[in-house]
Design a protein. Structure first.
Length: 644
């Protein structure tokens, strides 16, 4: 002990850390990547470099197996085995390429498993330590593609506006054409409306296809053809308007000619007979005009009678006598309706460009990446954070650390939870907000300890595991804020093991429970620890301050339990082990684990021995699958009730 103390003082924290491994700690992995986020455009590529370092017994090395996985397809792109010694590092580089089409996110997962290997001085219980890192690659259009896309869309929108303008003109002309055909024989090309529909369909088909903006020649040809169509249509429209005006003018001429009869005079029977004859000619002209003939024939009737009536009217101006009684002439009324073109409202043609929405894929299933409030509040995509418990040596394990959630994460990945690795107080935020904003949930291992995997040589980082639970609860805010920042979700789910449950409960007391959907406690000493467990706690792991807080009669436990537990807390605990005349899970008494809430769930089990308590076995799916099934049930349900 004296020698160990001297080594600690004079040789620093690294020797102390190694001594911890000599008495049982197996292996700690540090996995880094040069960047978690890459932004590429079509045709671009980049390199990712992963670096593995280990801290283990100085007489050991680490045997590691790595896998580089395309999360989108689920394909394993590369697998490798290597050995690395403490103080050295192993690097692997991979080239990643942007997709050639569309926009979205590609995900790559680097998974690593290591175990100690060496001679008789190397502690090796064949347990593996695992780490993984998720890299997000956003892909987008090149600047040239964006410019082409903008030009194509602007041209298409101008064309559809012109189509709509002519479509409105045609719709306005159509009633006039129909009325015209009822009173005259006309020769109009009625295919214009059909031709316009063909242009509309061709344009819609062109823009609703992937990479539409690359087909500028097609759009230009379509615009040229439409230009010719437009010229012909305007000529047709002008001709129609001219003919309508001509027809309406003939009606005006007949009305005028009939009005001339009102001023005619006669002084004898012969003049009266001439006027009557003239009126019969007028009636004949009206009948001829009313018949369905060509405009030329109609005009012949109108011109002839107009000349005759006008000449007779002029010749009678010099005469004096009696005015003609029109009732005696039986002149026909000129009551033809004029043809008019009236504007009508139409349903405008709309363009729907190919929906270039960001796509995200996992295991071959692709969907739109999450955006907006609907995604932010989608309960099915809330991330799941695992929180470890009290950290101790491996040969005398009272709690699991981050490594204890390995099996749970693997099983939940089969349910669609993407494992994105670990997040701690040291996890940087130098990535875009919402980098993990997916349409599927994530699982994340979190730690309220300072990240001693970051710099194992740093003495201060080793000691940060010996704080009180209030400090850990405050640290969790940074961890949870980082998760919300990266996922863009309004709420998160938490699974907290043992002391981790106390940390998250205290966090909710300090910062509120609104930012959580479901908080699942497993084996948590909700009312504290006592007896032998309380005595051994600081001796086994050395974390005296957190052990003091966990004592059943501590001030911390009084503060924690004086307030109502939020309704979104679910409590799973076990009984079946004899503990000084009472029952529990070998670490936590059943009565100490139980909460005064409706969502208590009891697991019945047994202790395999003093150093193999039921408490630790709760996270072993092969031994207690009902724990995992209950977790799934809780995550999927909002109305689950346990035992009061």
């Amino acid at each position: 002990m004296i020698v160990a103390l001297i080594l600690i003082i004079f040789l620093g924290a690294k020797i102390y850390f190694y001594l911890r491994f000599l008495i049982g700690n197996d292996i700690v992995i540090k996995l880094d990547v040069d960047t978690e986020y890459v932004s590429l455009v079509h045709g671009e590529s980049d390199m990712l470099e992963f670096e593995t370092k280990v801290t283990t017994n100085p007489f050991c090395s680490a045997l590691c197996k790595s896998s580089f996985i395309d999360v989108g397809s689920g394909a394993i792109l590369d697998q490798n085995r290597f050995s690395v010694k403490p103080g050295n590092s192993y690097k692997q580089a991979y080239e990643i390429k942007a997709r050639s089409k569309g926009i979205g996110k590609d995900l790559y997962n680097y998974e690593l498993e290591c175990q100690s290997s060496g001679g008789f001085l190397c502690h090796n219980n064949l347990e593996t330590s695992s780490r993984n890192l998720l890299v997000t690659v956003e892909y987008d259009f090149t600047d040239e593609e964006k410019a082409m896309k903008t030009l194509f869309e602007e041209g298409s929108l101008l064309l559809v506006d012109e189509i709509n303008a002519i479509k409105r003109n045609i719709s306005s002309l159509k009633p006039a054409i129909q009325d015209f055909s009822k009173v005259a024989i006309i020769d109009f090309n009625s295919s214009y409306l059909d031709d316009l529909g063909e242009f509309q369909a061709a344009l819609a088909s062109a823009v609703f296809q992937e990479d539409y903006f690359l087909h500028t020649d097609y759009l230009n040809n379509l615009m040229n053809d439409f230009g010719d169509f437009k010229i012909n249509f305007i000529s047709f429209q002008d001709n129609l308007i001219e003919n309508l005006s001509f027809y309406n003018g003939m009606i005006d001429e007949l009305i005028f000619d009939r009005g001339l009869f009102e001023n005619l005079t006669h002084s004898n029977e012969e003049e009266m007979w001439e006027i009557k004859t003239l009126s019969m000619e007028f009636n004949t002209a009206v009948d001829g005009f009313s018949a369905i003939n060509t405009l030329e024939v109609k005009n012949g009737f109108v011109e002839n009678i107009s000349v005759v009536v006008s000449n007779y009217s002029n010749s009678s101006l010099s005469r004096t006598g009696n005015k003609v009684n029109l009732s005696e002439l039986e002149l026909k009324e000129v009551n033809f309706s004029k043809l008019e073109i009236n504007d009508v409202d139409i349903e405008k043609a709309q363009l729907e460009f190919f929906p270039y929405e960001p796509m995200c894929c996992m295991n071959g299933n692709c969907d739109k990446c999450c955006v907006g409030e609907e995604c932010r509040n989608n309960v099915n995509t809330f991330p799941l954070v695992f929180l470890h418990g009290h950290s101790v040596t491996k040969d005398l394990p009272l709690e699991y650390s981050l490594e204890g959630f390995k099996n749970l994460q693997e099983e939940l990945e089969k349910e669609g939870f993407l494992n994105v690795g670990a997040i701690t107080l040291y996890t940087k935020k130098d990535v875009p907000a919402g980098i993990w904003n997916f349409n599927f949930p994530l699982s994340i291992r979190g730690s309220y300890y300072f990240d001693f995997f970051e710099e194992p040589e740093n003495y201060k980082i080793v000691l940060t595991k010996s704080e009180n639970i209030d400090t850990y609860a405050v640290r969790l805010k940074e961890v949870f804020d980082n998760v919300r920042f990266r996922t863009g979700k309004s709420k998160i789910n938490v699974i907290a093991f043992s002391m981790g449950g106390l940390v998250v409960r205290r966090h909710m007391q300090l910062f509120g429970s609104a930012g959580f959907d479901k908080v699942i406690l497993i084996g948590t000493p909700n009312k504290g620890i006592s007896g032998d467990i309380s005595t051994l706690c600081p001796l086994a792991g050395g974390e005296k301050r957190e052990c003091d807080d966990m004592n059943a009669d501590s001030l911390f436990m009084q503060k924690l339990n004086r307030e109502k537990v939020p309704d979104n807390v679910y409590n799973i605990y076990a009984t079946g082990c004899e503990m000084s005349g009472e029952i529990g899970d070998g670490i936590v008494l059943g009565e100490s684990a139980r909460l005064d809430i409706k969502n208590n769930f009891i697991i019945n089990g047994t202790c395999r021995g003093k150093l193999q308590p039921l408490h630790l076995d709760l996270l072993k799916i092969d031994m207690y699958p009902e724990v995992y099934e209950k977790i799934k049930e809780i995550l999927k349900s909002n109305e689950l009730e346990g035992v009061e």
